[in-house]
Design a protein around this ligand. Structure first.
Ligand code: DX5
Ligand code: ZN
Length: 229
């Protein structure tokens, strides 16, 4: 699986979202959308109406990361609206198998996210239900936080679990991913990289995406984890 870069619009100018999406559309693989409800996380961002509007203004596939209570109720609508990936948090989902299946049935990829303190091992039995595992490398809620190095051993364990199950599940890292940390993430086994402030805090957003991709690709090439197809 080649390296994929997903700029997070959490660090973009919310009053100019279409322009901010366009700034990375030639360079990025995904546009990462952080949906926060002020309950699951202590921050409030955007919801379905804004996602629906963005879908009309960008050709980038949308990667919706739902940091909300009761994702079982809300997640399928994001997939039905046209999001290409919808990720729910294991800590918030009451019926993750059913919800992941509903996301897939609506035509999107299904992602399962876990916070820094949540172990990955209990997710092993759900790997067949998910297309992507998201390992948070900060506590969810805000952009611009420092990367949590202690998540890296979990990224390695997650890569081993994914490899054991055929290697088709993507492994995404989110939080504090930047020039100084992305290589460690790639070496540990991540293959999809969310970057908010590292992209939208840069003067040239597309160049920032390209630089992160180059770093991740060279780190992946020297990594010991089994690359998958
Ligand atoms: C945090 C969000 C992230 C955030 C990352 O809860 O899930 O996607 O935008 O921002 P940076 O890359 O600045 O840490
Ligand atoms: Zn996110």
């Amino acid at each position: 699986m080649p390296v994929q870069i997903a700029p997070s619009i959490l660090s973009a100018d919310f009053a100019r979202l279409a322009d901010e999406a366009a700034a990375v559309s030639g360079a990025a693989d995904w546009l990462h959308i952080d949906v926060m409800d002020n309950h699951f996380v202590p921050n409030l961002t955007i919801g379905l109406p804004v996602v629906e509007s963005l879908l009309r203004h960008t050709t980038l596939p949308l990667d919706c990361h739902l940091m909300i209570d009761d994702p079982d109720r809300w997640a399928p609508a994001y997939a039905e609206a046209g999001a290409r990936n919808v990720t729910i948090h294991a800590e918030a989902a009451r019926a993750p198998v059913r919800t992941l299946r509903e996301i897939r049935a609506a035509g999107a990829r299904a992602g399962l996210a876990i916070n820094p303190a949540t172990p990955v091992e209990p997710c092993e039995d759900l790997l067949g239900e998910a297309d992507m595992l998201l390992l948070m490398t900060v506590e969810p809620g805000f952009g611009g936080q420092p990367f949590l190095d202690h998540v890296l051993p979990k990224v390695r364990r997650a890569r081993e679990l994914v490899a054991k199950h055929g290697g088709s599940v993507w492994l995404q890292v989110d939080g504090g991913v930047a020039a100084g940390t992305i290589e460690r993430c790639a070496e540990a086994g991540a293959d999809v990289f969310v970057a908010g402030s590292a992209v939208y805090g840069a003067p040239d957003r597309a160049a920032a995406v390209q630089a992160l991709r180059a770093q991740a690709e060279s780190a992946t090439a020297r990594a010991s984890w089994p690359a998958s197809g």
